[in-house]
Ligand binder design. Structure first.
Ligand code: FDP
Length: 356
């Protein structure tokens, strides 16, 4: 893994060996002569929106963009001003780019057609969570944007758009996230591995810093909001107990980390190895995270990075979505830990993980 630009602005000359996101997309496109370029342009549009959102987040506290906007979204959550800005910028960039016919956002009750003539000549549908973990923005903790891309079949039009677009995550053609942390990273897959790009603020370009990301199989971290433990199933509580026991061979204990911002928790665990959980609880039997724009895109990414994503009982990417804002329980990260979680939740715990 190379971290070519970790120390401030790149010295002149260093860029020759570093690939920008745009170059990377063009390079990949060159391998498919039949490609029309529409998909490359769509990814470019998302990355442009990411830069604008990043610009606003970085000036939060200076500009009047912190705090609540006074509105609630369809999930009955109070919207933050930054939620609204991120939502607007993504929709604008995709509309301007002209390659996307349909968007579905966490912040909007229904999908929105971007097709000027309503004929869906533009083939892509994009689902997104414009600002995930936005309760963190007022306290200067990291947040993210998540996106998921599908191609619509020929003949789809505005009338049946959502029905046609509600496809299992296994049919995504691209997915990714932007992590606005101590640096800003754009991480995405088109089903051919996972690559991570770091924004160099000096030149305003995402540069390839994390090629071909693979999630470590040996877990370092687990992430869950244990404040809800009373509402967890007995099986999940037993699993958490197992997670906290020391490895008898190494004396090592997996550490707990929970930022409460899915993108940030996922990104850390992708780099270090680990497991993120948002389970079903007695209060929320379907969990909290949304299938179309949180669980599916991250499940696609994690599988492409050699990891696993599950409800605890079923592969996330096989779920047939029923609605834009549907929720799902989620266990995602290093494959051995996700499998261990599945074993405990299915009542095969100790025997399946070797007697713990
Ligand atoms: P948020 O509500 O701040 O947008 O998807 C929603 C999410 O954040 C995730 O990013 C985060 O992991 C989770 O909810 C936090 O929920 P809890 O406060 O219930 O732990």
């Amino acid at each position: 893994m190379s971290h070519a630009l970790s120390d401030g602005p790149a010295p002149s000359g260093a860029l020759e060996s570093v690939m920008t996101l745009e170059q990377f997309i063009l390079d990949r496109r060159g391998r498919f002569p039949q490609s029309t370029g529409a998909f490359s342009r769509l990814l470019r549009d998302v990355s442009v929106a990411a830069k604008i959102i990043n610009h606003n987040i970085r000036r939060a506290g200076i500009l009047d963009v912190m705090g609540e906007s006074g509105t609630v979204n369809v999930q009955d959550e109070k919207q933050k001003k930054l939620d609204e800005i991120a939502d607007r910028e993504l929709e604008r960039a995709l509309r301007r780019g002209g390659e996307c016919c349909l968007v579905g956002s966490e912040e909007q009750a229904d999908t929105i057609s971007l097709s000027p003539r309503g004929d869906f000549q533009e083939r892509f549908a994009v689902f997104f969570d414009p600002l995930d973990g936005s309760s963190n923005t007022d306290v200067n903790a990291s947040v993210g944007t998540i996106f998921s891309v599908y191609t619509l079949p020929e003949g789809a039009d505005e009338g049946d758009a959502l029905d046609v677009a509600l496809r299992p995550g296994a049919e995504q053609v691209a997915a990714g996230y932007v992590a606005y942390g101590s640096s800003t990273m754009f991480v995405f897959t088109t089903g051919n591995g996972v690559n991570g790009f770091t924004l160099d603020p000096g030149i305003g370009e995402f540069l390839l810093t994390h090629p071909d990301l693979q999630i470590p199989q040996a877990p370092a971290m687990y992430s869950i909001n244990e404040a809800d433990i009373e509402d967890f199933s007995p099986e999940l509580r037993t699993f958490l107990q197992w997670l906290k026991t020391k490895d008898p061979d190494t004396g090592h204990r997996i550490r707990a980390r929970y930022i409460g911002s899915f993108v940030s928790d996922f990104h850390r665990n992708l780099l270090t190895g680990g497991l993120y959980m948002y389970p079903a609880t007695s209060d929320h039997p379907d969990g909290k995270l949304r299938l179309m724009y949180e669980a599916n895109p991250m499940a696609f990414l994690v599988e492409q990075a050699g990891g696993r994503a599950s409800t605890g009982h079923q592969r996330i990417l096989d779920l047939q979505p029923e609605g834009l804002h549907e929720r799902t329980p989620l266990f995602i990260g290093s494959a051995p830990l996700v499998k261990a979680a599945e074993a405990y939740l299915q009542g095969r715990g100790a025997e399946a993980v070797g007697g713990a």
